[in-house]
Design a protein around this ligand. Structure first.
Ligand code: GDG
Length: 454
């Protein structure tokens, strides 16, 4: 069987399993990493120059190969084009997009450097699976460097319709780069359909159903929703619920319903709108005052990007406003923390929460929604309130779906969740649970690798 080579911007390393910093991708792929696999990417370190020789580390038979990024490459590739142009654009936030030709050149240069460093480790019959928006041109760069094997690409974040993509000056180059892969995967049918429309509009290639026909090759587009290891997350959550930490949280609630939200501190996640939604609940439905406590965990992220610094200041202000306006001597409505919480504690918090409030303005998938569902006690489950603009909303249709731009809609859903009879909570949860236990991380990996092998 061909060796699988995974390429992603960040490489978790052998000791990251279950670590506090483990992000969605690392967790999703962890259970799939068979001995013999090679995982290549950026070390997370910034050096004077981008390194050309990867550093290799072994763990459980998997080889992790990483290179450092030079300071200028880090600014142009990571802070610049990837996170200040592509991330806002592909989350429909044109007003936040910043673009310079120099950043785009830096983005292409780092992808070339990745390709060169990786080529030295490749065998002819390897199969390569490239992840996410940082590395869109990597397939084309590997082809240019002479690699002839199968290469697939999976986009973890949303894709946009042609009328949005056209705002990006190098839209055409990006589309051509996506068409250098054999398989291109998306989280949902909607993202896939937008890609096919963009390919038709910008690449000049023929489109046949979900395939783009380039000069002599076919690019197959698939929808392959990412999932979680639901069995293991449910087990962690159940165990965590009886730990001293969760007991302490429970005691601190003194019988109040816990509303939980957790994510990276990112403007795609809709945090200010959510805070306003919570304020709206307390103002419009005063019967819930003193009966509910919201815990927002917003792990700090991308602190070098200006928009993230501004968001943090805005949230500090909003949290202060809400607590100043509604707190009593013995009740603080909103607990807000920007530290990362270890995964087991997070699972325990999900387990004891009455509401999981997941309201991104746009999200490729959103694994927190799936983790919240897996963590619930089926006999007395909490209610998931989910943005209709998260990829997860295409599967989790029995959640209370809201428009995250509308604080009143969020407040109405919170009120409905707090009033919801046990039977309805159980019935909704049973349907959600089936979906989360069926579309797992293992299935996600199998679907993609089977498409790539075909
Ligand atoms: C991208 C796409 C897509 C969050 N806070 C803490 C913590 N987390 C964990 C969650 C979850 C993961 O991080 C976040 O995954 P998401 O899917 O919610 O979001 P992104 O990081 O934006 O990921 C997204 C994903 O890729 C996978 O394809 O779903 O749409 O944007 O597992 O639990 N984990 C710990 N402490 C925290 O404070 N330990």
């Amino acid at each position: 069987m061909a060796r699988l080579v995974i390429v992603s911007n960040r490489v978790p390393g052998p000791r990251a399993k279950g670590a506090a910093s483990a992000g969605g991708l690392a967790v999703a792929l962890q259970s799939f990493l068979a001995p013999g696999t090679l995982w290549f990417g950026w070390s997370g370190k910034v050096a004077a120059e981008t390194s050309t020789e990867p550093v290799l580390v072994e763990g459980d038979g998997v080889t992790y190969a990483t290179i450092d990024l030079g300071a200028e490459d880090y600014d142009r590739f990571y802070v610049g084009f990837a996170n200040s142009s592509l991330w806002p654009l592909l989350h429909f936030r044109l007003g936040l997009m910043r673009y310079t030709r120099a950043d785009f050149a830096g983005y292409l240069a780092v992808n070339d450097a990745f390709a060169k460093a990786l080529m030295a480790l490749l065998r002819d019959d390897d199969t390569i699976w490239v992840h996410d928006y940082h590395l869109i041109p990597l397939g084309a760069a590997l082809r240019a460097a002479g690699f002839r094997g199968r290469i697939g690409f999976f986009l973890h974040i949303p894709f946009v319709p042609p009328s949005v993509l056209e705002a990006l000056p190098p839209a055409r180059e990006l589309l051509h780069a996506m068409c250098a892969y054999d398989v291109v995967g998306f989280q949902t049918r909607t993202h896939l359909a937008d890609f096919v429309d963009c390919a038709y509009r910008f690449s000049g290639f023929a489109v046949e159903g979900d395939e783009v026909v380039t000069d002599g090759r076919r690019v197959r587009a698939i929808a392959d929703p990412i999932g979680i290891d639901a069995v293991s997350f449910a087990r962690i959550a159940t165990r965590a619920a009886s730990t001293a930490y969760i007991q302490r949280v429970r005691e601190s609630l003194v019988g109040r319903a816990l509303v939980i939200s957790a994510e990276r501190l990112d403007y795609s996640k809709g945090l200010p709108h959510r805070f306003e939604g919570f304020a709206c609940l307390l103002a419009r439905f005063p019967q819930h005052q003193r009966r509910v406590s919201m815990l927002q965990i917003a792990a700090r992220s991308r602190e070098d990007v200006v928009e993230y610094q501004e968001l943090r200041r805005e949230l500090d202000r909003l949290a202060g406003d809400i607590n100043g306006r509604f707190s009593g001597f013995d009740w603080v409505p909103l607990r807000y923390m920007t530290q990362t919480v270890p995964r087991t504690k997070l699972a325990g918090l999900f387990r004891i929460a009455r509401i999981g409030l997941v309201t991104p303005l746009r999200d490729g998938m959103n694994l927190v929604a799936k983790e919240f569902v897996a963590a619930q006690d089926p006999a007395d489950p909490g209610v998931l309130i989910l943005s209709r603009f998260a990829g997860a909303a295409e599967e989790l249709t029995d959640a209370l779906l809201v428009n995250p731009y509308d604080p009143d809609d969020i407040a109405d859903a919170m009120h409905a969740a707090l009033e919801m009879p046990l039977e309805e909570r159980q019935a909704r949860h049973a349907v959600l649970r089936r979906a989360v236990f069926e579309v797992t991380s293992a299935r996600y990996c199998d679907v993609f690798t089977e498409a790539l092998a075909a």
